[in-house]
Write a protein of this length. Structure first.
Length: 377
């Protein structure tokens, strides 16, 4: 990526030579060019929110910025990209969306996330640190910036306007208004589950902002909850890509002897899963881990993996995450252990599972979804 501060070599995480997706886009370039052209003073506290793969903080590393991200994969990509650029460890402060933000912000750069809720949550968390002289600039592709996006900046930070589009990217300029009366944060958001979803019927779900389907039970998860495996107890179970943790919590409620590992690459998701588990007073043992799927879980140590894999990486459709989840499940399952997957029928997961496990059985299906089971031989 060519920037006014150099041309760092960037990659996503985990690195895959077959992956043609770049670790930056035109919105990152537009923002960096704007910072140079104005020029905007960067000698104060610079905070970068939602920097997807570390492109922005790598370019601005000389100004010792703070990065705030919800993505463990994004944070690991940032570490790798900074190291590749020769940046000393500790030069860039790496925070998660669950960490306390800096107390004062002089320049706030926001890479607009896919989730409007996550944007709302982060702006509300950061607003107390913004002062009258803070420079606030957002960036995103045109298709990512909507009227609702601008209204959030206006409601939480102050008067907002946008730039002309450049290479299908756009900037957001926001002038902080210290007198603005900000609304209380609605996050985390809790609701009671409907009847008919097994052990979690009527139970509480807690969602931090940005978690998939944070205000309702998504139909894929609902379908899986109706068809969870039964008849075996005391298993070591993984809720892989746990989201708000409702699937793993259902397993723990049905079998107090189960040991459940909740895993997701989103810091918001794992916080939600733990909050959901605790809110329901579940007996038994649970572990909550942020990371890249089952990386770090010992081989042959798991009896059951439950998975509703994502098929998007930000705006791009990608099978890479699902494939890593499936291969990780096969590695960590004991002989006779099972991977249960729910997904849209059109995704054809049965083909991948047969290639990997040598078998794939349809447990349940409807016109939209299918639940598949593969057994490690």
């Amino acid at each position: 990526m060519t920037t006014p501060w150099g041309a760092p070599v960037l990659s996503r995480f985990p690195e895959d030579p077959r992956d043609r997706l770049r670790a930056w886009d035109a919105s990152d370039e537009y923002l960096l060019g704007h910072l140079d052209r104005e020029p905007i003073p960067l000698d104060g506290t610079v905070v970068v929110v939602g920097d997807r793969w570390g492109a922005l903080v790598t370019a601005l590393a000389a100004h010792r910025p703070t990065q705030i991200t919800d993505s463990w994969l994004g944070q690991e990509a940032t570490r790798a990209n900074l190291a590749r650029a020769g940046v000393e460890p500790g030069t860039v402060r790496l925070l998660t969306t669950q960490d306390p933000p800096p107390g004062r912000i002089d320049v706030l750069l926001v890479r607009v996330p896919k989730s409007l809720a996550l944007l709302e949550d982060q702006l509300l968390r950061l607003a107390p640190a913004v002062h009258e002289g803070t420079v606030v600039v957002g960036t995103g592709m045109v298709k990512e910036i909507h009227t609702s996006t601008l209204k959030l900046f206006e409601r939480i930070i102050g008067p907002t306007r946008t730039s002309l589009a450049e290479k299908k990217a756009r900037l957001i300029f926001c002038t902080p208004d210290p007198a603005l009366a900000r609304p209380p944060s609605p996050w985390p958001y809790s609701y009671a589950l409907p009847d008919g979803v097994g052990a979690v019927s009527g139970r509480t779900v807690v969602n931090h902002a940005g978690v998939f389907c944070a205000d309702r039970l998504d139909i894929g998860t609902r379908f899986l909850l109706k068809h969870l495996p039964t008849g075996r107890t005391g298993l070591r179970v993984v809720d892989l890509g746990c989201g708000n943790g409702v699937v793993g919590t259902a397993v723990a409620l049905a079998d107090p002897r189960a040991e459940v590992l909740f895993v997701d690459e989103s810091f918001q998701a794992v916080a939600s899963a733990e909050a959901t588990y605790r809110a329901n007073g579940v007996p038994g043992h649970a572990e909550f881990r942020v990371g890249d799927g089952l990386a770090g879980v010992p081989d042959g140590s798991v009896d059951l993996v439950l998975n509703n894999p994502p098929f998007h990486s930000h705006q791009a459709t990608s099978e890479a995450t699902a494939w890593r989840m499936f291969t990780g499940a096969r590695r960590t399952l004991r002989p006779g252990g099972e991977l249960w997957v729910v997904g849209n029928r059109h995704l054809g997961y049965h083909v991948k599972l047969r290639r990997l496990f040598g078998n794939s059985e349809v447990v349940a299906s409807d016109p939209k979804f299918v639940v598949l089971k593969s057994v490690k031989r």
